[in-house]
Design a protein around this ligand. Structure first.
Ligand code: NAD
Length: 240
């Protein structure tokens, strides 16, 4: 039990990477709160609680954090994972509405979650925050302007949190998945996905569970000397 009795928030945990992480955290003994705008399939584990929540809603963040602290006593882990691709357009062609929506969910959602949970962690003198960025937050990609901008910003914000709150016992790290088999990727153009897989040395899509194991390490006390770092899980894509 690598997360025995730890209380964890996972945003975007209804499906994909977040769901695999919720299942793994619960298997490892955590009490998990999944915050997501929707839930298609119920969770099997009674250690996973679902709260309908939009990560862009600052007032809702305050209510949700209060609810979790009153029910579970504290928050040990925050996994800022909710995110969308939203638009594949580049700088000149992306609609402003899309630009704002993508930055709002992928970056402002991470900022708001972190900002709301930090006082709880500071009071406890401990906490682990993990953010889902992307390999496109480390290296460049053509097109997908808002997505790459948001994921690069999450990488930087994670380091800001790490440096600012190290003395409070709070760690912050980012995960950078490559191309992972989730509803997000299954919904996109298959030739685009294949093109990325072809450039991936391991030669296949990653699984959500393979990302969840990274989140487990960074959320657990096993990574107690790890903060401000980037865990790239991309089948070797960015090593090329
Ligand atoms: N799948 C990949 O290849 C890949 C690669 C790199 C990074 N990522 C990142 O991993 C994270 C998870 O992606 P995934 O592939 O599991 O996607 P997914 O679409 O399968 O799941 C994302 C979840 O986030 C939720 N969500 C969306 N907007 C939300 C909001 N405003 N508030 C709360 N929840 C919201 C969705 O309802 C969904 O359950 C994202 O941040 C994504 O950018 C994914």
């Amino acid at each position: 039990m690598r997360l025995a009795n730890k209380v964890a928030i996972i945003t975007g945990g209804s499906r994909g990477i977040g769901r695999a992480t919720a299942d793994l955290f619960a298997e490892e003994g955590a009490i998990v709160y999944v915050l997501d705008i929707s839930l298609d399939d119920q969770f099997e584990s009674d250690k996973i609680h679902f709260i309908a929540h939009d990560v862009t809603d600052e007032a809702a963040w305050k209510n949700v954090v209060e609810q979790i602290v009153s029910e579970a006593g504290t928050i040990d882990i925050l996994f800022n994972n909710a995110g969308i691709v939203g638009s594949y357009e580049g700088i000149e062609t992306i609609e402003m509405d899309d630009w704002h929506r993508i930055l709002d969910i992928n970056l402002n959602g991470v900022f708001l979650g972190t900002r709301t949970v930090l006082p709880v962690m500071r009071a406890a003198g401990k906490g682990a925050i993990v953010h889902t960025s992307s390999m496109w937050g480390v290296v460049g990609a053509i097109g997908v302007a808002a997505y790459t901008a948001s994921k690069g910003a999450v990488r930087s914000l994670s380091k800001n949190v790490a440096l600012t709150y190290a003395k409070d016992g709070i760690r912050s790290n980012s995960i950078h998945p490559g191309i992972i088999e989730t509803p997000l990727v299954l919904a996109q153009d298959k030739s685009m996905t294949q093109e990325i897989v072809d450039k991936t040395p391991i030669g296949r899509l990653g699984t959500a569970r393979e990302i969840a194991y990274g989140a487990l390490y960074l959320a657990s006390d096993e990574s107690s000397y790890v903060t401000g770092t980037e865990l790239i899980i991309d089948g070797g894509h960015t090593a090329l």
